[in-house]
Design a protein around this ligand. Sequence first.
Ligand code: PMP
Length: 438
Amino acid sequence: MSSVDPPLIPGSRLDPWVAAYANRAAGMTASEIRALFAVASRPEVVSLAGGMPYVEALPLDALADTTARLLRERGAQALQYGSGQGDSVLREQIIDVMSDVGVSAHPDDVVVTSGSQMALDLVVRIFCNPGDVVLVEAPSYVGALGIFRSYECDVVHVPMDGEGLIPEALDEAISAVRASGRTLKLIYTIPSFHNPAGITQPAQRRKEILDIALREGLLILEDDPYALLGFDGTVPRAIRADDAEQVIYLGSFSKTLASGLRVGWAVAPHGVREKLVLAAEAAVLCPSNFTQGVVSEFLATQPWRDQVDVFRGIYRERRDALLESLDTLMPPGTEWTRPDGGFYSWLTLPEQLDATAMLPRAVSAMVAYVPGTGFFSDGQGQRNLRLSYCYPEPDRIREGVRRLAGVMEQELEIGQTFGTATGLHHPSGSEAPAPDLN
Ligand code: PMP
């Protein structure tokens, strides 16, 4: 700040710049549970909260050799600026990776990004004006909701059932939005091993959703970072595999290799791809040549599909530990999803309980989860929470569920005695907090 500080704005003693922010910054608020997660990251707390991939299972020595070779043999290139669209060799390798989900595309159709999070941001940046409507699943990925908020989109949630987004509900939502005179821009969906719902759309459901998009002239934004992590080894066929013009497909190496490398990608129809590259150049000039090089070397020299298999095995064992413990320990009236892949199960609490209100007690009992309200833009989710089984060892997961069940039993008893559950107050409606987690 300058030597003459601007006066403090009433009601904002901490941030004198509050009146200067752009409208889009208004939606960028830290969640009230962030402080709690600082506590929850202590080692004695079993965290079923964050969706952190278990990168400990990577062959770190092999990666070190790969990285050293990259620097020795192509160091000057790896440490230089690169193409805004991403390295051409890596884009060819991405075509091979995507063959597993049935997508065939040309390397020219691919834009490499700093994680698929950035691809999501770029897509919304080039399509959405403030007030444009985006249709998303109920619940949906918290990081996507944050992007929609930051571009001032109106998020309309569409209900899911055990097979994901419900086509009839999608039809209804489209009609309602159109009748209201608002502009509809995108259908955002996570068809495989959904974050946070743990649900996978079967092929027929995907076809129905694509048919609706085609009929209505709507673009599908297909976010697919977990597709290769199906526990029986089956890889669901992407929606993009059946239509190259109606779908923007997002992929990532975060869950199949390493999230810290920050390498993801978008595959888009030709014109959209050009805009994405221009938007990417404006934002970051180019994705990291260095980490693209690490991914590219790894794919070229290591049995990467075997590595994905290792991850699948680890996550399957952890999913089993979670489901067995939930089956044994959860109080009556609790429901949860049974994921066939990915990182998450979505829990619905008995009627009297509130997941946000219960969180401080859970953290005191040394277990953490993400309350459901963060996965909605409209205040839904008070009886829901997301459990991630990707990171803790199976025994820790069992212990975490035991602790959670204990807290729930206690809350139910308190509720019976006093007629209400206690804990954190949380705002309702559109001010529902977004957890600062992936
Ligand atoms: N989409 C979904 C559904 C996710 O769960 C995540 C990460 N948790 C991302 C996108 C972003 O992943 P990344 O930027 O690491 O590729």
